[in-house]
Design a protein around this ligand. Structure first.
Ligand SMILES: [Zn+2]
Length: 289
């Protein structure tokens, strides 16, 4: 399979429009400096070498192969290490600086996730690196600014920053799907992360996601009509819906990236943007009550 050198087209359109809005409010997209980013990568690596295990082909050949396959898919100069740390929580995180990164996964993922599910998780994390999400660290920037100059960033801009952080997850999911190449594995990985359950058939998982998303949609309507409460952002069912809508295009892109038509994909993108925009609108309306 030919390497995919440009994944910018997978960046969720809503993410780009939120960034533009934040830029217009603050005068620039808030990014950490090259020096801060370089220092943080070095500090994080020192910490990881001390309190996590570096995964080598010798230690875990199968896991290393899944990781290498994901990395090779992008054929770029992206270089980094994979670490594992003991934790029962299904989680992973990455920090990148220019083309370098370090990726940490929790041990529970290696124990409970299949190869393809792991490929989705690793691809998701690499997506954050490829799309430069580490540099636009909104939440860190927000807490730092609040500490130094409380009240400098308006509540509306803060809300936009939170929205951006959530939306970046949707873009990263697309890269995850690009790596694992199957909606089913991506759905299973999201399901396991959310529920902690293994051994449920894919049909039941897909049905449950559909049902939960439908209930959520009805809840959004209710919220609009009766000003009831949604609670927190229902990230995972919406992330599943977004992946499902984009899956055919992403898998086509994986197989034939050179002839991929962005026109059709942008329509899907618009549909997901509108779901998220509506959800964000209702959520902020609900939270004001
Ligand atoms: Zn993420």
């Amino acid at each position: 399979m030919a390497a995919i050198t440009d994944i910018e087209c997978l960046r969720f359109n809503y993410e780009s429009s939120l960034l533009r809005e934040i830029e217009s409010r603050l005068g620039a997209i808030p990014t950490i400096s090259q020096m801060q980013s370089k220092n943080f990568l070095a500090l994080r690596k020192r910490n990881l070498l001390g309190d996590a295990m570096l995964i080598s082909p010798d230690l875990l050949p199968e896991v290393y192969e899944i990781y290498s396959n994901c990395l090779n898919l992008f054929g770029s100069n992206l270089q980094g290490n994979l670490f594992v740390r003991q934790s029962k929580e299904y989680n992973a995180n990455i920090f990148s600086h220019n083309q370098k990164f370090d990726l940490l996964i929790h041990s529970a993922l290696l124990e409970d996730f299949t190869s393809n599910e792991l490929s989705f998780v690793l691809g998701h994390e690499l997506g954050h690196a490829l799309l430069g999400h580490s540099q636009v660290s909104m939440l860190e920037l927000l807490s730092l600014t609040e500490e130094l100059k409380p009240g400098l960033i308006s509540p509306e801009t803060k809300e936009l920053m939170f929205r951006w952080s959530r939306t970046a997850e949707f873009s990263a999911d697309r890269v995850g799907l690009l790596c694992c190449g199957q909606l089913e594995s991506a759905a299973k990985a999201l399901f396991k992360t959310l529920s902690g359950l293994s051994g449920i058939s894919i049909d039941r998982i897909l049905n449950s996601f559909h049902t939960q998303y439908d209930i959520l949609e009805a809840q959004m309507e209710k919220c609009r009509n009766e000003q009831s409460w949604i609670g927190t952002h229902p990230m995972v069912p919406v992330r599943f819906k977004a992946l499902e809508l984009a899956a055919l295009d992403i898998i086509f892109f994986r197989n034939q990236s050179s002839v991929f038509s962005q026109r059709g994909f942008r329509k899907v993108d618009q549909k997901i943007s509108s779901i998220l925009f509506t959800l964000d609108k209702y959520l902020s309306a609900c939270n004001e009550i």
